[in-house]
Design a binder for this molecule. Structure first.
Ligand code: AMP
Length: 304
């Protein structure tokens, strides 16, 4: 069997985003679920990216990933334009409106895993069409732990495939409103219990600045978000959280509940850094010491 060159494979979208907040607008910046997740994971483990860009994709964006030592063997470059997305945040930064989505080369994307990614023990299926997530699962061998993310679009238009793919994963992550939309339940407890019945051992519900909850059949773990003085752009926070979590879990080599709780702490801290600036700007400046300090502070804040 060929040795896996990466410990963690991440599949998702790669976008060029234009984002407007109440105070600032940034155009044509690097985004996408795979980009945020790989950047966060790269601090913990050797990570491979699976996604697609067009021939217009800026060299500087690719360089950002290379500087983070992200493995790019799974990155497809297709003749045409890269996926573009734009959105605007309302005054309280809680609500976001999508202004435009241009799928471009993403429209015909079919994720193909390089041979050396197929034995990677950890896999994060970022937010893409559930049929494509299923296609990824057909290519991997003997995975140790699979985390899957999704969004309201897929819950609305292809719930059947989504249920199928969730049933093959160890952990599902989604945000509060998506959990309610998926299940029709108002309380997160009931929503999570329904989602656990689909097959995953863990359901992680994100509540933005209010933290996250990890549900199993037997118990619930609550984690606060790191309290920030200021943040600039919440885009990709969930992907940064998931990438940090999976990177830390892959680095531990474990999949037990205690290790997942510890990895959630790392993921949450990575997300708190990510939102301090647009795109990957804050993550690009980060070092391990700064991450460890914030992890220790967040741990201390939760001590009873
Ligand atoms: P999030 O804040 O977690 O919703 O992630 C935001 C990122 O998702 C942005 O950087 C976009 O490029 C990307 N994105 C927006 N719409 C989609 C979509 N329909 N499918 C996949 N990725 C998307």
């Amino acid at each position: 069997m060929p040795k896996s060159s990466v410990d963690l494979t991440i599949v998702g979208s790669i976008g060029i985003d234009t984002i407007e907040t109440p105070t600032e607008k940034q155009e044509e910046i690097l985004g996408g679920s795979a980009s945020y997740a790989c950047a966060a994971a790269s601090f913990f483990t050797h990570t491979g990216m699976v996604g697609v860009v067009g021939t217009d994709f800026p060299v500087a964006f690719r360089q950002t990933w290379e500087d983070m030592s992200i493995d790019l063997k799974g990155l497809q470059v297709i003749e045409g334009k890269t996926f573009r997305w734009s959105g605007v945040y309302e005054d309280n930064m809680d609500n976001r409106r999508t202004l435009s989505t241009d799928l471009n080369v993403f429209e015909t994307f079919s994720p193909e895993l390089p041979e050396v990614y197929r034995d990677a023990p950890y896999l994060f299926l970022g937010n893409i069409h559930p049929a494509l997530q299923l296609h990824v699962l057909e290519q991997i061998r003997d995975p140790k732990f699979i985390l899957i993310d999704t969004m309201d679009l897929w819950i609305n238009i292809d719930k059947e495939n989504l249920i199928k793919v969730i049933g093959k994963c160890h952990m599902l992550t989604l945000n509060e409103s998506e959990a309610q939309l998926f299940t029709g339940e108002l309380t997160l407890n009931k929503a999570a219990q329904q989602l656990l019945k689909l097959g995953p051992e863990y359901v992680l519900i994100k509540k933005g600045g209010n933290g996250s909850m990890l549900f199993t059949q037997d118990d619930i773990f609550l984690l606060h978000a790191y309290p920030l003085d200021h943040f600039k752009d919440p885009t990709g926070a969930g992907d940064t959280f998931a990438g940090g979590l999976m990177g830390a879990l892959a680095a531990s080599g474990k999949t037990d509940k205690e290790s997942i709780r510890q990895a959630m702490l790392q993921g949450s801290v990575m997300a708190s850094f990510g939102v301090e600036e647009f795109s990957l700007e804050r993550l690009k400046q980060l070092d391990h010491k700064t991450i460890h300090e914030r992890v220790a502070t967040l741990k201390e804040m939760g001590r009873i």
